[in-house]
Design a protein around this ligand. Structure first.
Ligand code: ZN
Length: 152
């Protein structure tokens, strides 16, 4: 199977079976995200223990890219500390917005895990906001900002 179809499989799987949808017992941070361009919505709850995100719950509606990205992100950051999450955020942003190649085609998943499946979205500029909405919402949640995230 080629890398492109592998990526499509990962995105479809996370869209059809979104991870981390269950409500959390303890919500320490919350943020809503909104991509008016596409109609994507994300609602994110976090449980934070010291420096680590120990619990995450994501609800949302919208296109397959935004919802798959939310599920992929939730898996990627669960159990990670804030420093690791900041690093991940930076790598993801580089992958989505620059020409710099951070994904190693010979070692799929080595840099960003399954989030690398979203690299192909870069070819469709209008969808980059869909893919980026969950991490933008995460930023707001971690910053403790009360304003909803928007991709505009
Ligand atoms: Zn979308």
């Amino acid at each position: 199977m080629g890398l492109d179809s592998l990526y499509k499989e990962v995105i479809l799987d996370h869209y059809r079976n979104p991870r981390n949808r269950a409500e959390l017992a303890d919500v320490h941070r919350h943020a809503d995200g909104n991509n008016p361009l596409c109609g994507d919505k994300i609602s994110l709850d976090l449980t934070i223990d010291g420096e680590s995100v120990t619990g995450i719950s994501v609800q949302g509606q919208g296109c397959s890219i935004s919802q798959a990205s939310a599920s992929l992100m939730s898996e990627a950051i669960k159990g990670k500390n804030l420093q690791e999450i900041a690093r991940l955020r930076q790598l993801f942003s580089t992958m989505m917005t620059s020409d710099e190649t951070i994904v190693d085609p010979d070692r799929p998943g080595a840099v960003l895990g399954e989030l690398e499946a979203l690299a192909g979205v870069k070819a469709f500029p209008v969808r980059i906001k869909c893919a980026s909405l969950p991490l933008a919402t995460l930023d707001v949640a971690l910053a403790g900002d009360a304003k909803p995230a928007t991709t505009d």
